[in-house]
Design a protein around this ligand. Structure first.
Ligand SMILES: NC(=O)c1ccc[n+]([C@@H]2O[C@H](COP(=O)([O-])OP(=O)(O)OC[C@H]3O[C@@H](n4cnc5c(N)ncnc54)[C@H](OP(=O)(O)O)[C@@H]3O)[C@@H](O)[C@H]2O)c1
Length: 255
């Protein structure tokens, strides 16, 4: 039986996926949480049939992984695998507690509770015990999205994911502020969609557009002047990203 600990975005998604694949799965949730899942949920570790558990996925916040691993190591059966799902927690953290029974399964996707993801459409990176690769392939439903990554490679992938997903989302929050009252973040969704679609065909360097790419310095000056006057905290952000484009993505940097 598979035990998932933590009913956040990742824990819920993995538990539901394994259940849909016909695996025996159970989810350890917090006593204050109230969910109706079609598989067992427990509110205390003491309720979990640990003798029947072959693998435990720790889908908890990064800082909760080590303390929880110590608690589990005193109660879990010998031979049970202990796996975390974090991008930036080295496998050595779990190996220090359970040795070779440790593993990492990092799905490179954005998970939000209550929202389903399309397994198989995004990569999964694994490390540690060889059986973890098989679990990753089961979740993905395909071999070609499953890759081995060392802890340092995974850290770099995670930083890249923060730039790609978290920063883009935060930038849309800024765009929402600027569009009010005539528009909102939704005004930009067709633009965002086109940027994403283009990247299936073109590199970021080829796909880049905008005043910094073109070298329209007068427009850049207008934008920074406006931000300094009305949203001073946004001006350094605009200038920093513009500097990056001028250095790495503009017409002059491409020559
Ligand atoms: N979300 C993503 O997009 C994403 C993507 C890839 C990887 N990851 C990784 O996946 C892990 C989980 O991320 P998440 O976003 O799903 O986290 P999350 O939304 O914060 O959910 C974690 C859940 O685990 C619960 N929890 C912690 N300790 C527990 C315990 N001992 N027993 C039962 N429940 C416990 C937390 O409850 P409390 O709040 O009460 O502590 C919380 O409900 C992290 O390591 C993260 O780096 C996340």
């Amino acid at each position: 039986m598979i035990l998932i600990i933590g009913a956040g975005g990742v824990g819920q998604s993995i538990a539901i996926r394994f259940h849909e694949l016909g695996e025996a799965v159970g989810l350890l949730i917090r006593p204050y949480q109230d969910f109706a899942f079609p598989f067992p949920t427990w509110r205390n570790l003491e309720e979990v049939p640990l003798s029947r558990i072959s693998i435990i996925f720790l889908a908890v916040r990064d800082g909760q992984i080590l303390p929880l691993a110590h608690i589990l190591s005193r109660q879990m059966q010998q031979g049970t695998l202990l796996v975390h799902t974090a991008g930036s927690v080295p496998i050595a953290v779990l190996e220090s507690v359970v040795g070779r029974q440790a593993g990492v399964l990092y799905p490179l996707q954005s998970f939000t509770p209550g929202r389903s993801v399309q397994w198989g459409a995004f990569p999964i990176f694994w490390e540690g015990h060889p059986q973890v690769e098989a679990y990753a392939k089961r979740l993905a439903g395909t071999d070609h999205q499953v890759h081995h990554a060392t802890s340092e490679q995974r850290l770099r992938l995670h930083i890249g994911a923060v730039f790609t997903a978290n920063f883009t989302n935060a930038l849309l929050h800024i765009a929402d502020t600027l569009a009010r009252p005539i528009g909102s973040w939704q005004t930009y969704l067709p633009l965002l969609q086109e940027v994403g679609q283009k990247l299936h065909m073109l590199s970021p360097q080829r796909a880049q557009t905008g005043p910094a790419k073109r070298g329209d310095y007068e427009t850049l000056r207008m934008h920074t002047d406006y931000l300094r006057q009305h949203y001073p905290e946004l001006a350094p952000l605009y200038e920093g990203l513009t500097h990056y484009i001028l250095q790495h993505l503009s017409q002059s940097s491409c020559q």
